[in-house]
Design a protein around this ligand. Structure first.
Ligand code: ING
Length: 312
């Protein structure tokens, strides 16, 4: 008997800065109801799914950005989503900004995703590892991408959790561009990786890449899926958000690397696929039988080096 997990990639269109969390949660619940109509068991929402992508603005006083962060999950604004999902017995993965105050009073800002099971229990919260963009205000930019100012990189790495009758992993946006993200989860047997993203089409450091954003988005998730024998669910917040055009093209990728379903619009759109989790074994048990074929004894550079060390 195949293990089928029916997944909904719940793509969001733009969230403008004046959109209330209540109005956004309403949109999330509309997508949840569409998911229920399609027999979906797990809904995946984008990165920073409760607010606009606020790192596009640089605020000298970072505490002026506090209102973009959640301090707990669930909270008053998101409780309706948690309640409705539990009522419908649908699990979900939600991206948001988290502001935590440690016991010593220090404040920590992370870009996170929380995975919630069908019974409403919280499985885990993943904190983004690879933080792109820049730390300081860059006046020449048409818009900032100051994620390295607003978010700390996680030191927890990539986990895999037993949930939904499977082995589920999480990554966020820029993480999907790094093969290490997939491999660390692949080495834990991951069968489905959930990834929200906010990707501006205009790449300021090299505008020549703008035209390749869709190609690169698919390339990295298809290769990561194939090379680790896992499903990958990539979910965008797309469209023109506060004047910045962001890539949509949410997709569900099979362990073969094939795109089995993809968004057609740049707005709120549910992309559904019945994912056969047993397809993972077709790759994990043959081509990518890690224990049989990998050679970690010659991969030392991957964990000992950060940057390039050129030969003499
Ligand atoms: N955003 C982008 C991403 O990795 C980026 C940053 C944009 C990188 C365009 C390269 C090109 O998709 C986030 N939020 O990580």
């Amino acid at each position: 008997m195949s293990r089928i997990l029916t997944v909904g990639a719940a793509q969001l269109g733009p969230i403008q800065r004046n959109h209330s969390r209540a109005s956004v949660v309403e949109r999330l619940i509309v997508l949840l109801h569409q998911a229920a109509d399609h027999g979906v068991q797990l809904v995946v929402y984008p990165e920073l799914a409760l607010t606009t992508f606020f790192p596009r603005w640089y605020l000298d006083d970072i505490t002026e950005a506090d209102h973009w962060y959640e301090t707990s999950m669930p909270n008053a604004a998101t409780q309706p989503l948690f309640d409705e999902a539990k009522r419908l017995a649908i699990g979900f993965c939600l991206g948001y900004a988290l502001l935590e105050t440690a016991a010593d009073g220090t404040r920590h800002r992370h870009n996170v995703q929380t995975l919630v099971e069908r019974d409403g229990s919280i499985v885990a919260t993943y904190r983004k590892v690879h933080i792109p963009g820049h730390e300081h205000y860059e006046p020449d930019r048409p818009f900032q991408h100051a994620e390295r100012y607003y978010f700390e990189p996680s030191s927890e790495g990539f986990g895999v959790w037993r949930a939904f009758g499977s082995l589920i992993g999480m990554m966020i946006c820029n993480d999907r561009r790094w093969p290490e993200s997939y491999r660390v989860m692949g080495l834990q047997g991951v069968e489905m990786i959930l990834c929200g993203y906010n990707t501006p089409i205009h790449y300021v450091p090299d505008p020549g890449q703008d035209i390749l954003q869709g190609f690169h988005n698919a390339l990295v998730m298809q290769s990561g899926a194939y090379q680790n024998g896992t499903w990958v669910v990539g979910v965008a917040k797309g469209g023109v958000e506060e004047g910045v055009d962001s890539l949509a093209q949410s997709m569900i990728v099979a362990p073969s690397g094939q795109i089995v379903a993809q968004a057609l619009t740049t707005d709120d759109e549910l992309v559904v696929a019945r994912c056969d989790l047993d397809w993972c074994a077709k790759y994990k048990g043959t081509l990518f039988d890690f224990d049989r074929y990998r050679r970690p004894e010659v991969y030392g550079r991957i964990t000992s080096q950060r940057g390039v060390e050129l030969p003499g």
